[in-house]
Design a protein around this ligand. Structure first.
Ligand code: HEM
Length: 119
């Protein structure tokens, strides 16, 4: 049977590094950094890791809030949404994620758009 996206990305350990770097980039990205001013970064990294793993086919359980609930009231715009995708792409490239896996991750993120933008 074909390996899951989770396995092809190198499993939990590799995903943790990618997610951690992507969030570090968010904190330095002028388009979105102000949004995370009051965040507990360690908690955010942990729940984002779980979310990513679970979404890629890992057995991790996501303990955070639903996407719509987590972003409700922020009125996030298209530019901010693209900025988070850019940071994640940059983190994936740093960690040598191949084009096929990178595109699958981008497609999953894009599919979450309606629960995150302008909610
Ligand atoms: C596909 C895109 C995105 C995904 C997969 C995503 C994922 C998540 C996850 C898993 C959480 C944690 C939920 C929890 O606190 O329980 C979260 C929280 C959050 N997200 Fe997003 N997010 C995305 C886009 C964005 C964008 C575009 C912004 C705006 C810049 C944003 C800002 C935030 C903020 C401010 C929090 C709360 C952090 C906190 O409570 O400390 N997110 N997001």
């Amino acid at each position: 049977m074909e390996e899951s996206l989770y396995e092809r990305l190198g499993g939990a350990e590799h995903i943790r590094d990618i997610v951690s770097d992507a969030i570090d980039l968010h904190l330095k990205n002028p388009v979105i950094a102000p949004r995370f001013q009051n965040s507990d970064v360690n908690r955010l990294k942990q729940v984002a890791h779980e979310f990513f793993c679970a979404g890629a086919g890992g057995s991790e359980c996501y303990s955070g809030r639903e996407m719509r609930e987590a972003h409700r009231g922020m009125n996030i715009n298209e530019q901010e949404y693209l900025a988070t995708m850019d940071d994640l792409v940059q983190a994936m490239e740093k960690h040598g994620v191949a084009p096929r896996e990178k595109n699958e991750v981008i497609a999953i993120l894009y599919s979450l758009k309606d629960d995150i933008l302008h909610v």
